[in-house]
Every structure is written in C-alpha cells, then in structure tokens.
Design a protein. Structure first.
Length: 121
C-alpha cells in the first residue's frame, strides 16, 4: 500500500514539474499587440535564475525591456517596466507543451490589455 502512495506521489510531482521543465532559457520570437491594438514583433531572452524564476529581456524595435518571471503550474507570470521604469507592467502567459508562451499583458492603471505569443527558436 505504501508503494502505491509513493508511486502516485512521484507521478504527481513529475506532472507538476513538467511545465517548469517545458519552460526553458533561450531566445524566443515574439509577436503581439499593444493595448491600443497596434502590432509589434521582436525577441525575448529568458534566463533561468532559480528553480521557478527567470530574468527576461524583450527587444522590440529599438526598445529593450527588462523584467522577471515565475512559473506556477501551467502559468508564467511576468513583471516589467515600460517607459524608462515609469510604467509598472505585468503579464500572464499559458505554457504550451511545445514551449510556446501565449498570454496577455497590461500596464498598471490601464483599461486595456495587449496580447503576446513567444515561440522558442
């Protein structure tokens, strides 16, 4: 009986670890829309800096945006600043089995959200 519970616990812990393992450091191609509906493209560099935490750097045209992220289950939450640090922003993404991140982001106080898809290279 103990073995059954041990095996079930191991299977559950492996299932919970899978999303974090699917999320990996590297370069991602980004496509998205700003809250005003305008489109953008660029790249996202992810660097794992802890068990569930990441350092993020978007390059969108001439702009470089720094941030942090955290994996939780099938979600990837981000925090970053736009406009030279004057606009705190956040995003929430779904982790796809192929490593793709698909989600929404917004700036604190905004009444609209942008969308973004990041695809690993």
């Amino acid at each position: 009986m103990t073995r059954i519970f041990l095996a079930a616990g191991l299977a559950l812990s492996m299932a919970c670890a899978a999303p974090a393992q699917a999320q990996r450091s590297g370069t991602y191609d980004v496509t998205g829309t700003n809250p005003d509906g305008s489109a953008y493209t660029g790249t996202l560099m992810l660097e794992q800096i802890g068990l569930l935490s990441f350092r993020l750097q978007w390059t969108i045209g001439p702009d470089v945006i720094e941030g942090v992220g955290m994996v939780s289950g099938l979600s990837f939450a981000t925090a970053f600043s736009l406009g030279g640090g004057s606009s705190p922003s956040m995003g929430v993404y779904e982790l796809r089995p192929n490593g793709q991140l698909v989600g929404q982001w917004t700036t604190i106080g905004a009444f609209a959200a942008g969308t973004e898809t990041a695809t690993p290279r």
